[in-house]
Design a protein around this ligand. Structure first.
Ligand code: ADP
Ligand code: MG
Length: 254
């Protein structure tokens, strides 16, 4: 079985990478999970996962005649983690279209693929994860601008046949009832969890560890486990999913 999720939002700094690793670790208790830093332009998953010094990253795989993806896949925290490099030269050399082949290959050995996605929808490489994924987890900070950006992601995803798995409210402080009503009204899928503003999340990032490894008992970690339990991954046929990735038409940005 395999299902691919993109963790996306219309904005940077909303908690996509924190959330990708947290959902991945929670799901890894039951499933074979592979996490990919598909934010190839502004990669930062490597810093969250203690992989800042590794030799081979996704950038090396995405170049023509590049490394096999197995060389950029690291067994960490009970998951397979594919980090991306941060250099401009690495980005310039990478061919975003190759991401299709990479995820197709990874799909063969995973039950759940989580694609940490770019903050924007402004280039072909930025929209690809949202198009390839079966379902999208939309990460929102509970503010009107963040919701409006998240709605663009939803609209784009739906127009390419990707479904919405649900939304995550991150960095919540105080009462969010009013915002929640809007989200219930405008977003498809349930509110998967409300993640509180969390010193533990910041400390985990500084320590280079995923939140669920660094502070598994924190309120934020507990909320992510709830969200993961609500995802209920579907058992798509691995060969069919891989073929869909390989043959995906690279879309135009909106
Ligand atoms: P993105 O991938 O969307 O850019 P990150 O996951 O890297 O966002 O998070 C951005 C910053 O916010 C990081 O420093 C992270 O530690 C911090 N952060 C994420 N979630 C929370 C939270 N619930 N409370 C406090 N800080 C958080
Ligand atoms: Mg990120």
């Amino acid at each position: 079985m395999v299902e691919a999720f993109a963790v996306a939002s219309g904005k940077g700094g909303t908690g996509k990478t924190t959330g990708t690793l947290a959902l991945g670790m929670a799901l890894a208790e039951e499933y074979d999970v592979t996490v990919v830093d598909a934010d190839t332009g502004m990669a930062n998953l490597l810093f969250h996962a203690g992989l800042a010094d590794v030799e081979t990253t996704l950038h090396d795989v995405l170049v023509e005649g590049g490394a096999p993806v197995a060389e950029a896949a690291y067994e960490r925290f009970g998951m397979r983690v594919v980090p991306c490099g941060t250099s401009l030269s690495g980005l310039e050399a990478a061919d975003p279209a190759e991401l299709r082949e990479v995820v197709a290959t990874l799909a063969a050995d995973a039950d759940v693929l989580l694609l940490d996605s770019p903050a924007t929808l402004s280039s072909k490489s930025a929209v690809l994860p949202v198009v390839l994924a079966d379902r999208i987890v939309v990460v929102l900070q509970p503010t009107i601008p963040a919701i409006s950006d998240g709605l663009k992601v939803q609209e784009y995803a739906l127009s390419y046949g990707s479904e919405i798995a649900g939304t995550l409210f991150n960095r919540v402080q105080g009462d969010v009832t009013a915002v929640r009503e809007r989200v219930d009204r405008y977003f498809e899928g349930p509110l998967l969890a409300t993640i509180p503003e969390s010193d533990a999340a910041r400390a985990a990032r500084s320590a280079g560890e995923p939140l669920l490894a660094h502070a598994p008992e924190s309120a934020a970690a507990t909320a992510y486990r709830e969200a993961a339990a609500a995802l209920d991954p579907r058992d798509g046929d691995s060969d069919d999913v891989a073929e869909r990735f390989r043959t995906a038409v690279i879309p135009d940005p909106p």
